[in-house]
Design a protein. Structure first.
Lengths: 158, 167
């Protein structure tokens, strides 16, 4: 067993602990790792929601476009009377009408707990041929101002 | 002569503090992993779950059949539980020679097809199970289908509309 004499008190003891700098560096590294993980989780969930909303939006746009085309693009078409269970359509504000198109109306559409605003517009291309445009807009985060849109144009004889 | 003994080990307090910190760190990692796994499972299920795949399959089938159908021979249930259309089996057929019927019964959406005249069934397929709602609506020359599937873990509603492009 190693023994030290009290007479040898003049030696400088060597501390084996962590310095403040060591601790701060460790905490910073840990914080970066935690923030990175949290950021990854947040963005993956957000992107999943964005993808789901985009997929649903294309389906809704196709539903509106094809149904309107089914009545030869009638300017009296009223989607609020379609009585679709699972898809709620009511008159509301919507995205801007494309240039040279005439607005049919704007609607608020809810399906799968996602809410969209939509504007239906038409334009006569030539005698007997009509272009039907459906533009959907929605907020990426699910609430607030719409900042993403999807437009679909179809043609029909009338 | 006074002597000092150097103890090469940890005190009980040091050990307790270290164990406490370790437990907190392990719990944090476990919660993060568990949460991440659950989130990944949710996202994966949105694409690959039975209800998601079956609803997409039903929509694709409905799209393909109705778009090729004749607008002259479309019969629809007043309650919207089924729709029957006729279509051309090939480009050489002079008249629609096949029929197709989509029907919601119980918790299933079935697809039946066969010869149109005389009416002979060739096959009946089940497109979806876990169907909680399905409604067909005819609007001009288009047919709409709104289908809701629910397997008690997730609910999916898909809506489809197609114009019957043939006479």
């Amino acid at each position: 067993m190693k023994r030290y004499s009290a007479k040898k008190r003049g030696w400088r003891s060597k501390r084996n602990g962590f310095s403040l700098l060591d601790g701060i560096i460790a905490i910073v590294v840990l914080l970066i790792a935690i923030l990175g993980t949290a950021s990854y989780r947040y963005h993956s969930a957000l992107d999943e929601r964005k993808a789901a909303m985009q997929t649903s939006a294309t389906r809704v746009a196709l539903l509106l476009c094809e149904s309107w085309r089914g009545v030869q693009g009638a300017t009296t078409c009223d989607p609020t009377t379609w009585n679709l269970s699972g898809v709620t359509i009511s008159v509301g504000s919507g995205p801007a009408v494309p240039s040279d198109f005439t607005s049919l109306n704007s609607y608020r559409i809810t399906t799968n707990n996602y809410t969209y605003t939509a504007t239906l517009a038409w334009q006569n291309i030539s005698a007997g041929l009509r272009a039907l445009n459906v533009t959907l807009a929605w907020p990426t985060s699910g609430t607030g101002t719409a900042n993403t849109s999807y437009a679909l144009t179809s043609y029909t004889q009338y | 002569m006074q002597t000092y003994k150097i103890r090469k080990g940890f005190t009980l307090t040091e050990l307790m503090v270290a164990i406490s910190i370790s437990i907190i760190a392990i719990l944090a990692v476990a919660v993060t992993l568990s949460d991440g796994h659950r989130a990944w499972g949710h996202m994966y299920g949105n694409i690959n779950s039975e209800v998601a795949v079956q609803s997409l399959t039903a929509c694709k089938k409905f799209d393909a059949v109705v778009r090729a159908a004749s607008s002259n021979n479309c019969t629809i249930d007043p309650a919207g539980n089924w729709v029957e259309v006729s279509y051309y089996s090939s480009s050489s057929a002079a008249t629609p020679d096949r029929y197709a019927r989509f029907a919601w019964q119980g918790s299933q959406l079935s697809y039946e097809y066969g010869s149109f005249d005389p009416k002979t069934t060739i096959d009946i397929q089940t497109l979806c199970v876990n169907v909680t709602a399905c409604k067909f609506v005819k609007l001009g020359s288009s047919v709409q289908m709104v289908l809701t599937l629910n397997d008690n873990t997730r609910s999916v509603t898909v809506a489809s509309s197609n114009v019957m492009n043939n006479n």
